[in-house]
Write a protein that binds this ligand. Structure first.
Ligand code: GCU
Length: 470
């Protein structure tokens, strides 16, 4: 199947899954916990276009600029793939200058002043705020199975994370997760947690050439892996925003302009999985990595940036809304992510930057998202422009890695080591910010060996030291 056909298939599948999540009644089979449930107003039902319009009204926006057309190169708004037109705003916000204009020259000032400023900007304008008191999650192991993956005996636990819905019993959120660890392990092992695309199966062969799957490659290191189902936390649609964890916290009401979007909700779910790992002997919870592709690559960088307990990240083709610089005119644009099909990933406030404001008005850009991960290691992954296409903007993601460099250096780490975009299949993995463009399509597959080599440097040896943090 061609890349384009695969992309469509994925789109369709994602859409069908989201639609299914919406039409599935709020667990009619679960008896309500409180007798007075009938008095609660039911979750507001809206299609994405309605909620999108409502958000525009809240923001006083009459019109949004049109996104780029990635399908028709002849369209007047065809996506730009010409590097000479890609940088209308070459000056990025300086991650090491405080709002009051003072330079940040010490790690202490980074942690105490600058980092919180950047977090606040991302919270308010880009990804939204996670509510102060999110409900507790009770993890239940539903099955424990002995299996063999490749030739490695493993133990796989299937889990359901029941989210406390006593504040609003009309919405049930049951997070689905699997955890697989080597059966022969004699001590806690590092684990790579994946945001799973379409269930637990993972996607495609690990190497893209029929080699060992990513799971087999992880097990070959003696590590374990886990797969989290994002749709069980929050549906991938605007219509779903009054349900899932976001809807539960809002008691079925629509979002405010700075409420969290799906990316932060998925990342929140990953943190809850990490809470569970901290209670499990088989897992070295100080060495848990987060991995995802595409929209889940976006979720993975958001999770790594905000959750300091994640030790490392493998960020696959995250594109616009992920690692790609918002200020770049290449492939997908702010305007696409602000549209009714994708705005649910972000805070409502993000719409402003697709009209009347411009990308350059954003108080932060994605290099500062990468900087929030510092000094922890992050691997930025992308496919070939010929095979994957330019929609994800490989160079825009590379430049965000470059732009995070000063923060990594301030914290005593090596950065990417170059500002020159490297030839395909060149692994830049000597610093704490890593980058590799593989020769395949829209997948992390061919980059697993390079990522695992990179991660090995951090996960080797005893667990006593913990993750590479402050
Ligand atoms: C679309 C979308 C991207 C997203 C991708 C995916 O292409 O524009 O932002 O990353 O879908 O998740 O597959």
């Amino acid at each position: 199947m061609s890349e384009a056909a695969m992309r469509w298939k994925r789109w369709f599948l994602g859409f069908a899954l989201a639609a299914l999540a919406i039409v599935t009644p709020a667990r009619g089979d679960d008896p309500p916990k409180k007798p007075d449930t009938g008095k609660l107003p039911p979750p507001v039902q809206m299609i994405a276009q309605q909620d999108h319009k409502r958000m525009m009204e809240l923001l006083n926006i009459k019109e949004l600029r049109r996104g780029a057309n990635g399908r028709d190169p002849k369209a007047p708004n065809a996506a730009n793939y010409d590097e000479s037109k890609a940088n209308p705003y070459p000056n990025l916000p300086d991650p090491l200058v405080l709002k009051n204009g003072k330079k940040v020259t010490t790690a202490q000032r980074w942690w105490k002043q600058r980092r919180p400023e950047i977090v606040e900007d991302f919270d308010r304008e880009i990804y939204g705020r996670v509510p102060k008191d999110t409900p507790k999650v009770k993890w239940e192991v539903t099955t424990t199975e002995k299996q063999t993956v490749g030739d490695v005996p493993v133990v796989t636990k299937r889990l359901v994370g029941h989210v406390d819905n006593s504040s609003y019993p009309l919405i049930t959120v049951d997070i689905r997760l699997t955890l697989t660890t080597p059966a022969a392990a004699t001590r806690p092992v590092p684990v790579i947690l994946e945001f799973g695309f379409g269930g637990f199966g993972g996607r495609g062969p690990g190497s893209g050439r029929g080699g060992p799957s990513w799971q087999q490659q992880v097990l070959a290191k003696g590590w374990g892996y886990a797969i989290l189902v994002p749709n069980s936390i929050q549906a991938d649609s605007g219509a779903g925003l009054t349900k899932g964890i976001i809807g539960l916290c809002n008691k079925g009401q629509p979002r405010k302009v700075d409420d969290w979007g799906a990316l932060r909700a998925w990342a929140w779910g990953a943190s809850r999985a990490l809470d569970y790992f901290e209670t499990v002997k088989a897992v070295d919870a100080k060495r848990v990595g987060i991995e995802g592709l595409s929209r889940y690559g976006k979720a993975a960088i958001v999770a790594l940036a905000y959750e300091e307990r994640f030790a490392i990240g493998f960020i696959g083709s995250s594109g616009e809304g992920g690692v790609k610089l918002h200020r770049r005119n290449f492939g997908e644009l702010v305007e696409n992510v602000a549209s009714a099909g994708e705005y649910h990933w972000m805070a409502g406030n993000f719409l402003k930057y697709a009209g009347p404001l411009k990308w350059d008005d954003l108080p932060v850009d994605s290099h500062e998202l990468v900087a929030l991960c510092a000094p922890r290691p992050v691997f930025i992954s992308v496919g070939s422009q010929q095979v994957e296409g330019g929609w994800v903007d490989a160079k825009g993601m590379f430049l965000a890695g470059v732009g995070a460099g000063p923060v990594y250096r301030l914290l005593g780490k090596k950065d990417l080591g170059t500002t020159q975009f490297p030839p395909q299949e060149t692994a830049l993995i000597d610093g704490a910010v890593a980058f590799r463009q593989h020769s395949g399509g829209h997948t992390t597959g061919p980059n697993w060996p390079a990522f695992l080599k990179f991660a090995d440097r951090y996960f080797k040896g005893s667990s006593a030291a913990g993750p590479d943090k402050r």
